[in-house]
Ligand binder design. Structure first.
Ligand code: ADP
Ligand code: ZN
Length: 437
């Protein structure tokens, strides 16, 4: 183990690969003993005729059945609980975009473990006591608010729980308290950018921002660049999901090249979502996660539906924790049109590379006379909007051509004026599929 103060928690971050794997196995085995207390896993393992005690190596985990969102819904609210209710101190509920909610239950130790993961993540990017951290994420049932709040306090940052929305006040707080670090979902980072442009606020000159944590919804490398350039900050990708506590599952280090997944706390697998077989390192598939040190509500082999891959090779920072590539989208976001599989993220990559395009877009899928159409509505920047028709027409043609190059189908592109498209308070809706309505 290396001894250095570059780590918030060297006992976890500086483990070598073999040390990390030994720790994982020990934690997996005790987690498996514990889950036999939950009604969901009692049922699952007896139906599959498997005794969790038969897991004697990390590979053995592959013999255990998966856990799905549906399992969590059907066993709402307490079906995964492994401690007595009086040990619980908090719960979060993930709304999900569709259907029945799921509940995540935390003991005091779970909250402390979670806060430590976020403190570790932020420290890794350079956050230190003395920094002011403004958390522009929704507080309440959404894990991005309280999760980051407790992590920042644990690390010793001055944490402002500003929540999402009320952009003018956000800017004022940034000024008044010299905010150096923000946590913000990507679509709000883009919207706040538009507000600043409207108010003629130049963050690079007038604010002290240095670091941004962006996550909770998919976004492209192109959006990262836009946000970095406009605010004059370094953006670090942050990944998590309520089922696995919330944010703090995987986080980018100062090299900004993939997110280290905290393998002392989570066991990671990537599977082919159709065959359910493991895929080799470097190949895209569905992320499957197990908790390794959670007491209230451990989860084994959870199918996240997020598509990503393990980046091969070692990170120059020296951490042995594997790195996840940017999330391409969820399996349920992928749509098929004219026989082609497409993720909204592919559209975003193309759009955000074109400087004349503003910060908001939406994809509509429609069926007209039995033919599927893809309509991409994009906001153009103020500067372009006042140009003559010929110019706009050329831009529209260019966008269509670029999209065709990426997607292999020809969408219908509509340019709209700045701020014409609807904006949501929380995560953005990028896809509206009206084909089956
Ligand atoms: P909900 O399911 O209600 O959206 P969560 O807040 O738990 O609730 O959302 C977690 C999901 O958000 C992840 O499964 C993933 O799809 C998405 N997500 C989180 N972080 C990122 C990220 N950095 N990049 C892309 N998607 C992300
Ligand atoms: Zn690293």
């Amino acid at each position: 183990m290396k001894k250095t103060n570059q780590y918030w928690d060297a006992t976890a971050e500086a483990l070598s690969r073999p040390e990390l794997e030994a720790l994982q196995l020990a934690r997996m085995q005790s987690t498996l003993q514990q889950v036999s207390l939950s009604s969901l896993y009692q049922k699952k393992y007896s139906e599959a005729g498997i005794s969790p005690a038969s897991v004697t190596s990390l590979d053995d985990i592959r013999r255990l059945p998966f856990t799905t969102k549906q399992d969590l819904r059907e066993h709402y609210p307490y079906g995964l609980l492994c401690v007595s209710k009086d040990q619980l101190v908090r719960l979060h509920v993930s709304s999900g975009t569709t259907g029945q909610a799921i509940a995540v239950l935390y003991t005091r130790a779970d909250l402390e473990g979670w806060a430590d993961l976020l403190a570790r993540s932020m420290y890794m990017t350079g956050a230190r006591p003395g920094d002011t951290f403004q958390n522009l994420a929704g507080y309440g049932l959404f894990t991005g608010g309280l999760g980051f709040q407790y992590g920042a306090e644990r690390l010793g940052l001055l944490a402002i729980p500003s929540g999402s929305g009320n952009s003018k006040r956000q800017i004022q707080l940034m000024r008044d308290f010299s905010t150096s670090i923000i946590h913000i979902i990507p679509s709000y980072a883009l919207r706040l950018m538009d507000v600043m442009i409207e108010l003629s606020v130049d963050p690079k000159r007038e604010l002290q921002l240095q670091i941004g944590y962006l996550g909770a919804e998919p976004y492209s490398e192109e959006v990262r660049r836009r946000v970095e350039e406009f605010y004059g900050i370094r953006v670090f990708n942050s990944y998590g999901l309520s089922e696995m506590n919330g944010p703090g599952v995987a986080f980018e280090c100062s090299y900004q090249s993939g997110m280290h997944i905290w393998e002392d706390a989570y066991f990671v697998e990537i599977i082919d979502p159709d065959t359910l077989d493991p895929v080799p390192e470097g190949v895209f598939g569905e992320l499957v996660l197990s908790t390794l040190n959670r007491e209230g509500m451990p989860i084994i082999r959870y199918r996240t539906r997020d598509i990503t891959r393990i980046l091969p090779g070692e990170c120059p920072c020296g951490r042995a924790h594997k790195r996840l590539d940017r999330i391409q989208g969820r399996t349920d976001d992928m749509f098929i049109i004219k026989g082609v599989n497409i993720f909204p993220m592919q559209v975003e990559q193309v759009l955000m590379n074109i400087p004349e395009i503003g910060n908001n877009y939406v994809i509509h899928l429609e069926r007209r006379n039995n033919i599927d159409d893809m309509i991409v509505r994009v906001e153009v920047t103020d500067k372009i909007f006042v140009e003559d028709m010929r110019h706009l027409h050329r831009l529209q043609k260019k966008i269509t051509r670029d999209l065709r190059g990426e997607l292999q189908i020809t969408p219908c592109v509509e340019l709209v004026e700045p701020n014409a498209l609807p904006r949501s308070e929380g995560k953005a809706t990028r896809l509206i599929d009206r084909r089956h309505l």
